[in-house]
Design a protein around this ligand. Structure first.
Ligand SMILES: *Cc1c(COP(=O)(O)O)cnc(C)c1O
Length: 425
C-alpha cells in the first residue's frame, strides 16, 4: 500500500531500513546518501498489481512505472523483474528504461515537449504507445513514422479540466495548465488522426496531477474520459486503450492516501464497461515511501530566538521542501527522549534551504545522524550541483544486505565539464 514507511523504523534505539542499520550505511558510503528499500518497492508494485487484478484480468492492464520519480537503473531493474512497464518523459529516460531491460512494447512515452530527435528514436524502437500533447506533435509523429515505414500507436492526452486539489505546482489537469488537449477539442483531433498514415489513434490518456489524496478528482476525470471514448467510437475511432496516468498520493506527514482496492473499484465503475486495455502510470506511490535521505549533523547553531540544526544534506540533494514547501519528517538515527525545537537547514546559501521550521525533535549534536523520511520519489532525480555540491550516493537495501547503486559525484567530475577558453586563459 502507498502508505507509511513500513520497512524503515527503530529496532531497540537504532533506525533500520529492513535489516540494515542506517548508521552502518552512513559509515560505509558517507553522507548525504539516499537509501531505498527493495522490499518496499516490490510491495508497493505488488499492491497495485493485486488491486487491479481484483477487478480485471491481468492481461487487460499494464502498470507503467513513471520513471521520473526515481530513475536509478537498479530501481528500474527491480521493477522490470516484477513485470513493470515504464512511463517515460524524455529520450534520456527511454535509454534508462531500455538499459534496465524494460521491453519497448511496455514503454509509454509521455511529455509535453518531445523533440524531433527524441520522437525519432522512440518510433525507431517501436514503443507500446506515444501520448500526444498537441496537433503539431501528432502531425510530426506521423511524418517521422511514414519516413520510417511505421505506424505508431498513439493516445491523445486530454485535459479534462478537473481540479486535482493538490499543490499548484503538481496539478496538471486544469484548463490553464500546459498539459494535454482540451477535452472538448479532442474529437476533432482524433478525426484528424484518422487521415494520418503514420499514426494509429488507439487510446485516450489522462494524468491530472500528483500527490492526490482523494479519489474524487480521479473519478471525475475518468468519467469524462469514458464519455469521450464513447463519442470517439461513434465517429469511427477504434479506441482500445485508456491510459489513466499516475498521481496517487502517499503519507509524508498525516495524509491518508486512497486505498488501492477502492481505486480499482472506481476504475471498474468508470472505465471497464468500455472493454479497453487499461494503463496506469504510478511513480511516487511506488518509490516514495521506500526511501530516506540520510544526513549528518554539521552544527547546532543558536540563532536569535531559535536553534538551527545544520545538516550536511541541502536543497540541492532534496529539492521538494524548497520547491513546494513539502514536508519530510526528520528522524534521528539514535532514538532519544530529550526534546528541543529546531529549524532543520542545509548548508546552501539560500534561506529556502530549510527542511523543517520550529520542529520538536530529540536534542542532537554535531556528528549525529538523521534520516529525512519518505525521500524515495522526486528526491535524487531532482538533485543538482548548486554550490558545487556533488550529487549524493544512492544505496539499495535488501534484507540484511545493501549495495551502492549510484556513486557519489566528485568535484573533479563537476569541474571536468567546465572549459576555460583561450581568450580567458
Ligand atoms: C509524473 C507523471 C506520472 C507519475 O505521477 P506520480 O504522482 O508520481 O504517480 C504519471 N504520468 C505522467 C504523464 C506524469 O507526468
Amino acid at each position: 500500500m502507498s502508505g507509511k514507511q513500513k520497512n524503515t523504523g527503530y529496532k531497540k534505539n537504532a533506525l533500520y531500513m529492513e535489516g540494515v542499520e542506517l548508521a552502518h550505511i552512513a559509515e560505509t558510503f558517507g553522507t548525504p546518501v539516499y537509501c531505498y528499500s527493495a522490499t518496499q518497492i516490490e510491495q508497493n508494485y505488488d499492491a497495485y498489481r493485486k488491486a487491479l487484478s481484483s477487478v480485471m484480468d491481468a492481461k487487460n492492464f499494464t502498470i507503467c512505472y513513471a520513471c521520473k520519480a526515481n530513475s536509478n537503473l537498479a530501481v528500474l531493474r527491480l521493477l522490470q523483474k516484477q513485470g513493470a512497464g515504464a512511463d517515460i518523459v524524455s529520450g534520456g529516460e527511454l535509454q534508462r528504461a531500455l538499459k534496465a531491460g524494460i521491453a519497448p512494447g511496455k514503454i509509454v512515452y509521455s511529455g509535453v515537449g518531445k523533440s524531433e530527435a527524441e520522437l525519432t528514436e522512440a518510433i525507431r524502437r517501436g514503443l507500446f504507445q506515444i501520448n500526444v500533447e498537441s496537433e503539431r506533435e501528432l502531425e510530426l509523429i506521423s511524418k517521422i513514422a511514414v519516413k520510417l515505414k511505421k505506424k505508431v500507436p498513439v493516445a491523445i492526452r486530454v485535459n479534462p479540466n478537473v481540479d486535482a486539489k493538490t499543490h499548484a505546482k503538481i496539478t496538471t489537469g486544469k484548463k490553464e495548465n500546459k498539459f494535454g488537449i482540451d477535452i472538448s477539442k479532442a474529437p476533432a483531433l482524433y478525426r484528424r488522426a484518422q487521415k494520418l498514415k503514420g499514426v494509429d489513434a488507439v487510446g485516450v490518456a489522462v494524468h491530472i496531477g500528483s500527490q492526490l489524496t482523494s479519489l474524487a478528482p480521479f473519478k471525475r476525470a475518468y468519467a469524462r474520459v469514458a464519455e469521450l471514448v464513447v463519442k470517439l467510437r461513434r465517429q469511427g475511432n477504434d479506441i482500445t486503450r485508456v491510459d489513466l496516468g499516475g498521481g496517487i498520493g502517499i503519507t509524508y506527514k498525516d495524509e491518508t492516501p486512497p486505498d488501492l482496492y477502492l481505486y480499482a473499484l472506481m476504475v471498474r465503475d468508470t472505465i471497464l464497461q468500455l472493454g479497453v486495455h487499461v494503463i496506469i502510470e504510478p511513480g511516487r506511490s511506488i518509490v516514495g515511501n521506500a526511501g530516506v535521505l540520510l544526513s549528518r549533523v554539521v552544527n547546532v547553531k543558536q540563532g536569535t530566538g531559535k536553534k538551527f540544526l545544520i545538516i550536511d544534506a541541502a536543497m540541492n540533494d532534496l529539492m521538494r521542501p524548497a520547491l513546494y514547501g513539502a514536508y519530510h519528517a526528520v528522524l534521528p538515527c539514535k532514538k532519544s527522549s530529550s526534546k528541543t525545537v529546531y529549524d532543520v537547514v542545509g548548508p546552501v546559501c539560500e534561506t529556502g534551504d530549510t527542511f523543517l521550521t520550529g520542529e520538536r525533535l530529540p536534542a542532537m549534536k554535531p556528528g549525529d545522524l538523521v534520516a529525512l523520511m519518505t525521500g524515495g520519489a522526486y528526491g535524487a532525480v531532482m538533485s543538482s550541483n548548486y554550490n558545487t555540491r556533488p550529487q549524493p550516493a544512492e544505496v539499495l537495501v535488501r534484507g540484511d544486505g545493501c549495495a551502492l547503486v549510484r556513486r557519489r559525484q566528485t568535484v573533479e567530475e563537476l569541474m571536468g565539464h567546465d572549459i576555460i577558453p583561450d581568450f580567458a586563459a
